[in-house]
Design a protein. Structure first.
Length: 103
């Protein structure tokens, strides 16, 4: 039976927005190892399921799809981001901690 993992991708490090990290994704685990093609030298595999990446609006929708299609799945919980909310004026506060440098 095929195995898949259901996860919520992390935010792109090059962008500040989180538009692409809202959906849940279902990807299949590789069945066979990749091999080097002797003619071109590229990595290749006979397993075409590695190319499939399904996206779902909710985790429950992804789980329902996997159960309906008899796919063994593993749900990976996303790491919650800790937001450090502060105002620009906090940079000029009189109670601000300066840092480790000496004057």
């Amino acid at each position: 039976m095929t195995k898949a993992r259901i996860f919520k991708p992390s935010k792109n490090a090059m962008q500040s927005g989180q538009a692409t990290s809202q959906d849940w994704h279902l990807t299949f685990e590789p069945v066979s190892a990749r091999k080097i093609d002797p003619l071109m030298g590229h990595m290749s595999s006979a397993d075409t399921r590695q190319q499939i990446n399904l996206s779902f609006p909710t985790k429950e929708a992804a789980i329902a799809y996997a159960e309906r299609e008899n796919i063994d799945y593993l749900v990976m919980k996303p790491k919650e981001r800790k937001r450090n909310v502060k105002a620009y004026s906090d940079n000029f506060s009189t109670t601000r901690v300066e840092g480790n440098w000496t004057h």
